[in-house]
Design a protein around this ligand. Structure first.
Ligand code: UD1
Ligand code: MG
Length: 449
């Protein structure tokens, strides 16, 4: 059966005390809204519609960058969750199958839970995701008889007896599209908040002879983020989960609590991640690679057998081939290092291609930026770049070529050549010693006087 995904992300999130829309605050280096989106994606939705409002243009940009086929609709005034879903009516007009509604500020819903909800649609017309709350607080309460859901009552509208219910509404709802929009059309706003509650579709549906049921999940999955403190707690929880997953997948973490992952970090089995390593978005580390202590990686790919760090920085576009070595205080940006290449000490390699088994000596710098444009550096297979070589791009160093230490290379070096681009050394016999004696004498005279 086909599924459409609706993500509600119009709320202001005023308790974040932020100019940034709440759903754009990062969790695991990725905006909150993308967590819900990526979880919903496993249902292979035929259509995805995101409802934006506060900071709508900024949210829309993030969504489009993720996938420009996603539809974005604007809810100008936040009149309630039913009103929010109603904004997708035209976008989903005539689409067959179910609609799953998720919240953009609820990042931990597991794909398996969403699959369980779809499965429960075999038994019920409306399926709601519920959880047993340790502290039910202001959540909507699920009024059930057996496994059948009678209605959802919002905290503000609940009686004392209803408030004593601990089974709460997560907000995730699934129903047939046509039925959903028919019920939403009937939702009113005569309640304690004066809002159009999506939760009202349960009682409305029951009155029309539809059935409703509950799928239960762990409370941790339904955790929503409303404050910076909750965001920080969520980050801790997220990192704990990612570390556990990495260990389960056969990755060695020398000190798990000091390694920080992004939502999309992929690490292959038998990789070793040492202490204090930070992964930004878009990192893939293949099997058997080693990331040593205090390294920072984002937007990069590390192939099997490569060793990175300690103290290395891989920036977006860094592509490391098999058995590559990137050592301490080395920064790599937008550069491909072919198999077995080595950049072991104190170097910057940006906008470059380094051939297989080339060796870049300590302090090698690709001078890629002229203040306006970026330029490319090409280093051939097996080349040997002497320490402290400045490669002024655009420039090519041929295969198996050498550059002398301290060279400033401004023109291309043919294959197999030795390039020396530095001032000729002059030795003045005895002058070093004499100079030093003169300086010491001058200092002694000054102290006396
Ligand atoms: C909602 C549920 C409640 C549930 C709780 C779980 C309703 C009426 N209540 O309450 O039963 O226990 O979530 O967290 O649905 N949004 C819009 N436009 C709007 C209103 C909300 O996009 O007009 C978005 C918000 O940005 C948020 C989500 O919908 O992501 C939920 O809205 P919120 O106001 O937080 O609902 P709650 O009062 O928490
Ligand atoms: Mg809420």
């Amino acid at each position: 059966m086909s599924v459409s995904l609706v993500i509600l992300a119009a709320g202001q999130g005023s308790r974040m005390q932020s100019d940034l829309p709440k759903v754009l605050h990062p969790l695991g280096a990725v905006p909150l809204v993308l967590h819900a989106l990526r979880a919903g994606r496993v249902l292979e939705p035929a259509r995805i519609v995101v409802v934006v409002g506060h900071g709508g243009e900024a949210v829309a940009q993030v969504i489009r960058a993720e996938d420009d086929t996603i539809e974005i609709v604007t809810q100008d005034q936040q009149l309630g969750t039913a009103h929010a879903v109603d904004q997708t009516r035209a976008a989903l007009d005539g689409v067959a199958g179910d609609v799953v509604v998720l919240y953009g500020d609820t990042p931990f819903i597991r794909p398996e839970t969403l699959e369980a909800m779809l499965a429960a649609r075999m038994q019920h017309d409306i399926v709601v995701l519920g959880f047993d709350a340790a502290d039910p607080g202001r959540y909507g309460r699920l009024v059930v008889q057996g496994d059948a859901l009678d209605r959802i009552v919002e905290f503000k509208d609940a009686t004392e007896a209803e408030r004593a219910i601990t089974l709460c509404n997560s907000g995730v709802i699934c129903a047939d599209r046509a039925a959903l929009f028919e019920l939403i059309a009937a939702v009113g706003n005569e309640n304690a908040s004066g809002e159009y509650y999506l939760t009202d579709i349960v009682a409305l549906g029951r009155a029309r002879g539809l059935s409703a049921g509950v799928v239960r999940c762990d409370e941790a999955e339904t955790l929503g983020i409303n404050t910076r403190a909750e965001l920080a707690q969520a980050e801790t929880r997220f990192q704990t989960r990612m570390r556990a997953e990495a260990l389960d997948n056969g990755v060695t973490l020398s000190a798990p609590e000091t390694v920080f992952f992004a939502q999309d970090t992929y690490i292959g089995r038998d990789s070793v991640i040492d202490q204090f390593v930070v992964f930004g978005p878009g990192v893939t580390v293949e099997s058997g690679a080693q990331i040593r202590a205090f390294s920072h990686l984002e937007g990069c790919h590390v192939s099997r057998g490569a060793v990175v760090g300690p103290y290395a920085r891989l920036r977006p576009g860094a592509e490391l081939g098999e058995d590559v070595r990137v050592g301490n205080f080395v920064e790599i940006k937008n550069a491909v290092l072919d198999d077995g290449a080595k950049v072991n000490h104190l170097s910057y390699v940006g906008d470059a291609h380094v051939g297989a088994r080339a060796n870049l000596g300590a302090g090698t710098v690709t001078c890629n930026y002229d203040g306006v444009f970026k330029h490319h550096t090409e280093i051939g297979e097996g080349a040997f770049i002497g320490s402290s070589t400045m490669l002024v791009a655009p420039v090519t160093v041929g295969a198996y070529a050498l550059t002398g230490s301290g060279s400033v290379i401004t023109s291309d070096v043919p294959d197999g050549a030795l390039a020396l681009g530095r001032a000729q050394q002059q030795n003045k016999p005895g002058l070093g010693k004499r100079l030093m004696e003169r300086l010491r004498a001058a200092k002694a005279a000054k102290v006396k006087g």
